[in-house]
Design a binder for this molecule. Structure first.
Ligand SMILES: O=P(O)(O)OP(=O)(O)OP(=O)(O)OC[C@H]1O[C@@H](n2cnc3c(O)ncnc32)[C@H](O)[C@@H]1O
Ligand SMILES: [Mg+2]
Length: 174
């Protein structure tokens, strides 16, 4: 199975390779524009970024599927504080499906800087004294003490957005 992933971030490529391992994936990294802000600030903007990445990556290749992964922040109804969210989108060129990954509350100091306009990646690097944590364990790893990491967290978004293509349960939706 050939998959075009709309990013060159190694954690996103790894997340797709590992999650879809049983399909023996060939993954092509395609640097595309997400078409949304570098730091999406709502569920809708995050999902749109994932969709754009998936469609643009597929359009640039003859892969079977395009996959888009996007990280964002949002204030969610019923959940205090600012949340880190992540969404996936998968397209076969005809149909597009979306699915989410885990949600984490950001520490207040991080939430404040991001709310003031900063991008999460650099703010996390400042807090942790790291460089490019977004390309390694990510906020998901740091904020859980390693109970999960960004590859696994994004892998969940890959699984939930890919599911409708590999199970029969959604067939009646079409
Ligand atoms: O090259 P791309 O694919 O754009 O990879 P990225 O790391 O920038 O990932 P996103 O654009 O999807 O994420 C939007 C912003 O949120 C940040 N971000 C998202 N998840 C993160 C995480 O787990 N740890 C640190 N920063 C994260 C990221 O660094 C960006 O500033
Ligand atoms: Mg980015």
């Amino acid at each position: 199975m050939e998959l075009a992933v709309g990013s060159t971030n190694p954690v996103k490529i790894d997340a797709v390779e590992r999650t879809l391992e049983r399909y023996e994936p060939t993954v092509i990294a395609v640097g595309v524009d997400s078409g949304v802000d570098e730091q999406p600030r709502s569920i809708a903007e995050t999902v749109t970024g994932a969709e754009n990445r998936a469609r643009r990556a597929l359009a640039a290749t003859d892969a079977d599927y395009g996959v888009g992964l996007e990280g964002g922040v949002a204030r969610l109804e019923g959940v205090p504080g600012l949340s880190l969210i992540m969404w996936g989108a998968v397209t076969d060129g005809d149909r597009t499906e979306r699915g989410g990954g885990p949600t984490l509350r950001l520490p207040e100091s991080v939430a404040r800087e991001v709310s003031d306009g900063a991008e999460l990646g650099p703010v996390m690097d400042d807090l942790l004294g790291t460089e490019n944590v977004a390309q390694r364990e990510g906020a998901a790893g740091a904020l859980t003490g390693g109970l999960t990491d960004r590859t696994r967290a994004l892998g969940d978004a890959v699984a939930t957005s890919f599911g409708p293509f590999v199970t029969e349960y959604y067939d009646t939706d079409r």
